[in-house]
Design a protein around this ligand. Structure first.
Ligand SMILES: *[C@@H]1O[C@H](CO)[C@@H](O)[C@H](O)[C@H]1NC(C)=O
Length: 391
């Protein structure tokens, strides 16, 4: 009897959960742009946010490119939306692109090259592979492969750029009407420790990385930033690249409902917890600045928990673009390389190339943030402060 009761209870709880998820998905599926809230967006971060800086710097010889295959700058990257590679690590738009669209703004152009950067408009400083810790640290560790892309380097570039935009109108007004998307950062700092499977080393880095992010946010506030969105880490335990790296782990290491690596997701959640604690401290010190935490972790995890609800089918942990391997990933043959393959319908996949999501997944994550479900405090509240700050 007890057994039957438990079964019934569980399935009705599940049914309720699915109903709630479906309702949320429907509510999220049609949202008109919110025009007039922000007039520009400034982006910082790594490959989750880079809209073309790394590709432009490689092509211009500003940074040393990894190898002959320019990461995220070769086909089939961009195939779904842009129909050409733009340097975005996806088949189409990124989360920051959907944020820009939501506010009725053009997609955020990369700073490097500057061809599309307009005075008073949005600018993106994010770079593929950008670490939170600066070059000095990486140099000491012997892991410095690409200079001048770190979080600090991005801030420096922003500071160089500021006088030019503040010349045409007053700086305070520009900051009052702009949203800064600051991150995510950290993934690339952890990945070198992770690839050595040195989890202890990665754990020890967490407070250091979160402190670095917090100091950078304080610096932005000193410069005048008024509205800041700070993304946390993704559920890295669900990414096909890490699932492949740790392939064949003990059965208990996997979450039975999603197939994600639980300990790695806990690692990400711990980073996010530390980050939110820091954000609370910063809010206390700067009550007039709107700082919202963007919960990329839970926004993305929902997709793995209820894939069919969001239109994802088949093996939902597999990469759409990769090469033969348990999750269609072979960590030595990246997406775009000659013997790699790409799925016919990226919109039915969550994972694009191993470490990055498809446009379809990015769209759902962005919707979850912009709707307020996965931003804390609710991002919609910042529109009022954007108006107030501009007065
Ligand atoms: C966020 O705020 C908006 C506007 O006040 C509201 O419509 C929406 O329901 C809120 N979202 C959540 C998840 O509370």
């Amino acid at each position: 009897m007890a057994c039957i009761y438990l079964l019934t209870k569980t399935s009705s709880t599940n049914a309720l959960l699915v109903a709630v998820v479906v309702a949320v998905a429907v509510a999220l599926s049609s949202s008109p742009p919110v025009v007039g809230c922000y007039t520009s967006i400034f982006g910082f971060g790594d490959s989750l946010t880079d809209t073309g800086n790394y590709m432009a710097s490689c092509l211009k010889g500003v940074v040393q490119c990894d190898d002959e295959f320019l990461k995220c700058g070769i086909p089939p990257y961009g195939k779904t939306f842009f129909h050409r590679p733009t340097g975005r690590c996806s088949d189409g738009r990124l989360i920051i692109d959907f944020i820009a669209e939501h506010y009725g703004l053009p997609l955020v152009p990369p700073y490097t090259g500057g061809e599309n950067v307009k005075l008073g408009g949005s600018v993106n400083f994010a770079v593929v592979g950008a670490p939170a810790l600066d070059d000095t640290f990486r140099d000491e560790q012997g892991t410095l492969t690409r200079k001048d892309i770190s979080m600090k380097a991005q801030l420096d570039r922003f500071k160089d750029f500021l006088p030019s935009i503040c010349k045409t109108s007053n700086c305070e007004e520009i900051f009052g009407r702009s949203l800064i998307v600051f991150g995510p950062f950290g993934g690339d700092d952890y990945s070198s420790a992770m690839s050595k499977k040195d989890i202890k080393e990665a754990q020890l880095l967490q407070p250091r990385i979160v402190n670095a992010i917090a100091s950078a946010i304080e610096e932005l506030i000193e410069l005048g930033a008024a509205n800041i969105m700070v993304p946390g880490m993704m559920p890295d335990g669900c990414l096909s690249v890490t699932l492949t790296l740790f392939y064949g782990s003990n059965e208990n290491a996997y979450d039975p409902t999603t197939g994600c690596l639980s300990w790695l997701n806990e690692f990400a959640q711990n980073h996010n917890k530390l980050l939110q604690n820091e954000l609370n401290r910063i809010r206390d010190r700067h009550p007039n600045v709107f700082i919202t935490y963007a919960d990329y972790y839970n926004a993305a995890l929902q997709l793995f928990r209820f894939p069919a609800t969001y239109g994802f089918h088949g093996r939902t942990l597999d990469a759409c673009c990769g090469s033969e391997g348990p999750y269609n990933v072979d960590n030595s043959i990246d997406c775009g390389y000659p013997s790699s393959n790409v799925c016919a319908d990226p919109s039915s996949y969550i994972d694009w190339d191993g470490p990055h999501f498809t446009e379809a997944a990015n769209r759902w994550i962005a919707k979850g943030l912009l709707n307020g479900l996965y931003t804390n405090p609710n991002i919609t509240a910042s529109c009022d402060s954007a108006t107030v700050n501009s007065l």
